[in-house]
Design a binder for this molecule. Structure first.
Ligand code: HEM
Length: 415
């Protein structure tokens, strides 16, 4: 979902071939909205070259992005049906490589397991995880700064996933390693990546066996129950679905927590008002997701036919990126988009979870985690300041999944 498939960079353009702009490099990661605003307002459907050297079309106006998410001619499978009867490992097939109807038969196994009501049942344990991690951070820091990604965002998002999957305590440390490695493969060898895939595959299959014998209220049991009731999926596809929930559910939420805190560090008035009235945090979460998102674009789609957006026709066979971040800051959809307004009436129309058939099935869990995390952090510390200037924060990952490398903060006093 979040990475561009690795492929050799395109050879230099032959003489006479159109030279495409390359706006998605390192500078883009820190401030995507600046680049995207310019594209949206000057050339809303733009042909660019990605950092991996491949051409792609960027769709940037909110109305067009919404239409793109709903358009079956923009395919995630590239028009290929899954090959029948091939033995696969958990991560060889994923929901985001499928189009309806194959997508629908797999996806419907996950939806009932992840509803807001089901996630709310885990709230108390998720709140306890947040409090324990902040206790540990406070104990370790003395009066000094805290690196919030390492001390809080990463372990909190992982523990939240473990709570909804009801992963046994003794298995958590071993599971964290491959999940964290696959979320950030920077500097990792192909062998390490392969070993992590094997470990996740083994974990998911052993959980499936455990929950077949002893079902509970956890996500694995719920997915298995839906599978037995509805059928229509191979065992490998169910294993793949579960592995994808684990992986897609981790780093996206880690980064959304970090980016929300960055936004609050840059807007002291909003930080203080939410601290005074934490009941406004659940609504503010949507505005924070509109403000910044780890995924500025959708997963890449392929146009199966010519597709028109306004005056521009994207030819069949082209790669298309729907720009969630550009849409989230489109003044045609959100008035005064450069203001962080925790009470914004249109905040719920952000596209950070996508739209349509592939709309993020983990959105209820992500919203719950963000609400619990921000409530805990703001409630714990009376004041929170950046420990380095915000424009010196370092960003990694790639244009499809931005990653905040570290977030040093200076808390001022404990509640
Ligand atoms: C703030 C955190 C999150 C963000 C910003 C996010 C964003 C997204 C987006 C934009 C999509 C649609 C991609 C597309 O159509 O191109 C998506 C899909 C998906 N997300 Fe999330 N997500 C988050 C958290 C989660 C969590 C917690 C889980 C699992 C527990 C999850 C699991 C998935 C899965 C499995 C898909 C694929 C759905 C499909 O293809 O039908 N995500 N996510």
């Amino acid at each position: 979902m979040d990475t561009e498939p690795v492929a050799p960079a395109a050879p230099p353009a032959p003489a006479g071939r159109q030279r495409l702009p390359e706006p998605l490099g390192a500078a883009f990661l820190a401030r995507p909205e600046e680049t995207l605003a310019e594209i949206r307002e000057t050339c809303p459907v733009a042909r660019v070259r990605t950092p991996a050297g491949r051409p792609a079309w960027l769709v940037t106006r909110a109305e067009d992005v919404r239409a793109g998410f709903m358009d079956p001619r923009l395919s995630l499978s590239g028009g290929r049906a899954p090959a029948p009867g091939v033995r696969r490992r958990a991560l060889d097939v994923t929901l985001v490589n499928y189009d309806p109807p194959d997508h629908t038969r797999i996806r419907r196994l996950a939806t009932p397991a992840l509803t807001p009501a089901r996630m709310a049942a885990h709230r108390e344990r998720i709140e306890r995880a947040a409090a324990e991690l902040l206790d540990a951070a406070d104990a370790a820091r003395g009066r000094g700064p805290v690196e919030l990604m390492e001390a809080f965002a990463r372990p909190f998002a992982f523990r939240s996933l473990c709570e909804v999957f009801e992963v046994r305590e003794e298995e958590r440390a071993a599971l964290y390693e491959p999940v964290a490695l696959l979320a950030d493969k920077t500097g990792r060898s192909a062998r390490e990546v392969e070993e992590s895939v094997v470990r996740i595959d083994a974990f998911v299959r052993s959980e499936m066996a455990r929950r077949e014998a002893d079902p509970g209220e956890d996500v694995v049991s719920r997915v298995l129950a839906a599978w037995h009731q509805q059928g229509g999926a191979a065992e490998d596809e169910v294993a793949s679905l579960l592995a994808m929930l684990l992986l897609a559910g981790f780093d996206s939420t880690v980064q959304a927590i970090g980016m929300s805190v960055v936004a609050l560090l840059g807007h002291r008035d909003v930080q203080e008002s939410l601290r005074e009235e934490p009941s406004r945090i659940p609504r503010a979460v949507d505005e924070l997701l509109r403000w910044d998102t780890p995924g500025p674009f959708s997963t890449k789609r392929v146009a199966l036919e010519d597709v028109r957006f306004g005056d521009t026709v994207i030819p069949a066979g082209s790669g298309v990126l729907l720009s969630v971040a550009a849409a989230n800051h489109d003044p045609r959809c959100h008035a005064d988009p450069g203001t962080l307004d925790p009470d914004r009436a249109t905040a719920g129309r952000h596209l950070s979870f996508g739209l349509g058939p592939h709309y993020c099935p983990g959105s209820a869990l992500a919203r719950l985690e963000l609400t619990v995390a921000l409530t805990a952090v703001l409630g714990r510390w009376h004041r929170l300041e950046p420990a380095v200037p915000l424009d010196e924060l370092t960003w990694g990952g790639g244009y499809l999944h931005r990653r905040l490398t570290a977030l040093p903060v200076q808390p001022g006093g404990s509640a």
